[in-house]
Design a protein around this ligand. Sequence first.
Ligand SMILES: [Zn+2]
Length: 241
Amino acid sequence: MIGGLALLVAAVGAATAGQAITAGQDATPTSSAQHGSYVASMSSAPLEGRDATTVSRSAVRPMLAQKHTAKRSAATTAAQQLAAERNDKLGDAAAEAENYAKELSSNEWVFPTTGFHISTWFGEAGPYWASGYHTGIDFATAYGTPTVSVTNATVVQTGWDGPYGNQVRLRLENGDEVWYNHLSSIDVLTGQQVVKGQQVGRVGETGNAYGAHLHFEYRLASDLHNGIDPRPYFLEHGLGL
Ligand SMILES: [Zn+2]
């Protein structure tokens, strides 16, 4: 052993200025170099593998990139279309809201119901009416058809009113009243504000009524006890009857 060590030291010493410590240091770079080359050779395989992967990826990448680009541009186009549609819709909604606001503030009325024909005009004489003549206009339509406020108004009375059956009384902005009679349902409460076209109830035949119809009355603020002919008021507010 001693001889071997001395030989090793001598041999190394000859090569590296004879310092034993240097021999140890030399040994480390050597083994490190070997280790390094081992690592290099070991890692060269995976590196080649990586290179191969990289190559194949780099071949695939342009396709993927194209796909991504295509997808992205399709998504962008779709988003732009959506945005455009949304803007259109917003524009439409804004226009609708503006029209609605105009319509609400306008002097025009809307008919109190739909799908109707006038079955009895104001003033027609007949034995059915306490006053001896008809005190409103009858809008005959299907039972249950919604009936709406002709204009913006306040609900001043709701409930049963003898021969009128289920009734809703609306006060207009000028203080006059319109009365909706023979309703099958009442859909508003006394004191409620309603806007033009808002449903107040449904057509029926409650009270002194034969066949489903809305008996519509107009009463002046100055004489709420007597119904007057509603027809001129429809005409005045843009609706021919
Ligand atoms: Zn009537």
